[in-house]
Design a protein around this ligand. Structure first.
Ligand code: ACM
Length: 522
C-alpha cells in the first residue's frame, strides 16, 4: 500500500508542477480528482479501474446493519449533494449500484475507519462503526469536484476516481478548541464551525466556557455566574451565555457530526468573571469589577476557603450532567496569582471533584507540575518541547494532547501583516503550523504518551465567524491531518498540493480562508 501511495504522491506532485507551469489547475476539466488527493491524507490508496459517476438516477443505499443512524448519515450526504447536483438521490435499502453505505463486522476498520471502493457501478463505503461511515462520507465529498459544495445547481459531471481507499486515524483524539469567553459566539456560530471541523475528521470540540472576561454557561445553583458574569466580553461588548437548552443543542449538533464536546471551566486562575459574580468566592470577600481587557494571570479562586469547593462541586456536577462526553477540562494555566503550594492543593481537590462525577480530567500542561491523578490528560501548549515536568508526568502515565502554541494555536498571526490574532508564540505560517510530529515535539516521551492533537482558537481579537474562519483556515486542516494521517504520509509538498485543492472547496462552502502565499491554490 505504501508503494501505491508513494506512486500516487508522485503523480500528484507532477500534476501540480505542470499546473504551476501553465497556470492551469492540475486536474483537467471532466477528469475525476486523483483518488488520494484529500485532507487528511488517507492511510492507504489503491487507484485503478473505472471511475464512478453520480447521475440523476443514483440512489444512496443503506444496508440493514447500518440501521437508523446509517439512514441519518445517508440523509446528511444527500443534503450535501442534492443542491449542487440537482439530483433526487433517494435513500433506499441495500442493493446493487449507487452510493452504498454498509456496516460490516470487519473490526480491523476500527472505531472510526472506513473503506471506500469506487468503480463502474457503485461507490461503496464500508465501516465497522457508524463514525467510520461518517468519516468516509467526508472523503467522498472531497473526491468529488469542489463545486459539489455549492448550494445552487452546478454542471458536473460528478465523478469519483476508481479504486480503493482504506483509512483509519493515527490518534483517537483530534480536537479543536473555541474560546467563547473572550468573545461570545452564538450556538449558530459554533455549529457553523462544527460543520467545517467535521469535513476534516476532527472529533473533539473543546469549548473554553469561562475566563476573566466572561462566564458562558448557565449553572442553576450559581445563577449569577452567567447572568452577571456573562454580560460582557473583551472590548466591553454585551457578551452572552449558553442556556442549558443552548448547550444541549450544541452537544446534539456536535454528536450528529461525530464530535464530542469537552467543556472547560478554567481554574484556579482566569476566574475574574466568577469572582465578580460572587463576592464570597474572593479571599477578601470583595467582588472585583467585570473585566474587558486582555491581561492574564491576575485572578485566582480563594484556595483556603471551603466555599471554593462547594462552588466547584456544583459547577462540575451540573456540567457533568449536561455533558455526555467523557472529559471535563479544569484549565490550570497561567495561575500566576496562586501560590504554587495552593495550586497543587487546589488541583488535588478539583481533580477529585471531576472524578466524583464520573468524568476524566483534562488540564493544561501545568497540571503536570501538580499531582495529576491516574487517567488525567494534560494539554501541552508550550513552545519548546523540553518541559521536564511534562515528561515526568508522561512517564508516570499521564496522557498528552498536543497543542504546541507555535504550531497549533490558530490565533497566532500568519505573518506581520495579519490584522487579527496575537504573536506571543511567534508568527505561524501554514507550512510552520504543519511542520511537527505530535509524537516527537516533546523530547524523551515514552511511546504511546500522545493521545492526539488539538488546535486551540483564542478569541481576544475575534468577533465574527469570518474572523474564526480566517484564523482557522487553512491551518486547521493541517493539524487535523497530523492527528489523522499515518506519520509516513507526513510530507509538506504532498500536503501543500492537497491543501491547494481545498481552496475552491472552502470558497464553495463560503469559508473566509487566508490565501496563504506558501500554498499553490487551485
Ligand atoms: C493558554 O494559552 N493559556 C493555555
Amino acid at each position: 500500500m505504501s508503494l501505491l501511495l508513494g506512486a500516487l504522491l508522485l503523480v500528484a506532485a507532477a500534476s501540480t508542477s505542470a499546473g504551476a507551469a501553465t497556470g492551469s489547475p492540475p486536474t483537467s476539466a471532466g477528469a475525476p480528482r486523483p483518488l488520494g488527493q484529500i485532507v487528511p491524507a488517507p492511510a492507504s490508496v489503491a487507484p485503478g479501474g473505472t471511475p464512478y459517476t453520480i447521475t440523476s438516477t443514483t440512489p444512496i443505499r443503506v444496508d440493514a446493519a447500518s440501521g437508523a443512524e446509517g439512514r441519518r448519515i445517508a440523509g446528511y450526504l444527500a443534503d450535501v449533494l442534492r443542491p449542487s447536483t440537482g439530483y433526487a438521490l433517494p435513500v433506499k435499502a441495500e442493493g446493487p449500484g449507487g452510493i452504498r453505505l454498509r456496516l460490516s463486522g470487519d473490526a480491523r476498520l476500527g472505531e472510526e475507519g472506513y473503506r471506500l471502493e469506487s468503480g463502474r457501478g457503485a461507490v461503496t463505503l464500508t465501516a465497522h462503526r457508524a463514525a467510520g461511515l461518517f468519516h468516509g462520507v467526508q472523503t467522498l465529498r472531497q473526491l468529488l469536484p469542489a463545486a459539489v459544495e455549492k448550494r445552487t445547481k452546478q454542471p458536473g459531471p460528478w465523478q469519483v476516481a476508481g479504486g480503493t481507499v482504506e483509512d483509519s486515524p493515527r490518534y483517537a483524539y483530534r480536537g479543536a478548541m473555541l474560546d467563547v469567553s473572550r468573545h461570545f459566539f452564538t450556538p449558530a456560530q459554533v455549529e457553523r464551525y462544527i460543520d467545517q471541523l467535521a469535513l476534516y475528521k476532527v472529533n473533539k470540540l473543546h469549548l473554553h466556557l469561562s475566563d476573566d472576561q466572561g462566564w458562558r454557561i448557565a449553572i442553576d445553583s450559581w445563577p449569577r455566574l452567567a447572568a452577571y458574569g456573562g454580560q460582557t466580553q473583551v472590548g466591553g461588548g454585551k457578551g452572552g451565555f449558553y442556556t442549558k437548552a443552548d448547550y444541549a443543542e450544541i452537544v446534539r449538533y456536535a454528536a450528529s457530526r461525530y464530535l464530542e464536546v469537552i467543556p472547560e471551566i478554567d481554574t484556579p486562575g482566569h476566574t475574574n468573571a466568577a469572582l465578580a459574580s460572587y463576592a464570597d468566592l474572593n479571599c477578601d470577600g470583595v467582588a472585583p469589577p467585570l473585566y474587558t481587557g486582555t491581561d492574564v494571570g491576575f485572578s485566582s479562586l480563594c484556595v483556603p476557603k471551603p466555599v471554593t469547593y462547594a462552588f466547584l462541586d456544583d459547577v462540575v456536577r451540573e456540567l457533568a450532567a449536561m455533558t455526555p462526553g467523557r472529559y471535563i477540562h479544569i484549565g490550570g494555566d497561567e495561575a500566576h496569582s496562586t501560590a504554587h503550594a495552593d495550586y497543587v492543593a487546589f488541583m488535588d481537590k478539583a481533580q477529585a471533584i471531576v472524578g466524583k462525577y464520573g468524568k476524566t480530567v483534562v488540564g493544561w500542561h501545568q497540571l503536570a507540575g501538580a499531582r495529576p491523578v491516574a487517567g488525567a490528560v494534560a494539554q501541552y501548549w508550550g513552545t519548546d518541547g523540553n518541559e521536564a515536568e511534562v515528561v515526568a508526568a508522561a512517564k508516570a502515565g499521564t496522557k498528552l494532547v498536543m497543542s504546541p502554541a507555535n504550531r497549533a494555536y490558530l490565533d497566532m498571526k500568519y505573518d506581520a501583516n495579519t490584522k487579527l490574532g496575537l504573536d506571543w508564540a511567534g508568527l505561524v505560517e501554514v507550512d510552520k503550523s504543519y511542520a511537527w510530529d505530535p509524537d516527537a515535539f516533546i523530547k524523551d516521551l515514552p511511546a504511546g504518551s500522545v493521545l492526539g492533537v488539538e488546535a486551540p482558537l483564542w478569541s481576544e481579537t475575534l468577533t465574527t465567524s469570518a474572523d474564526i474562519e480566517y484564523m482557522a483556515f487553512p491551518r486547521l486542516p493541517g493539524i487535523a491531518e497530523l492527528g489523522w494521517s499515518p506519520a509516513r504520509t507526513h510530507n509538506w509538498p504532498s500536503y501543500r498540493a492537497r491543501l491547494g485543492a481545498q481552496g475552491p472547496r472552502l470558497a464553495a462552502l463560503g469559508v473566509n480562508f487566508y490565501r496563504s502565499p506558501v500554498v499553490r491554490w487551485e
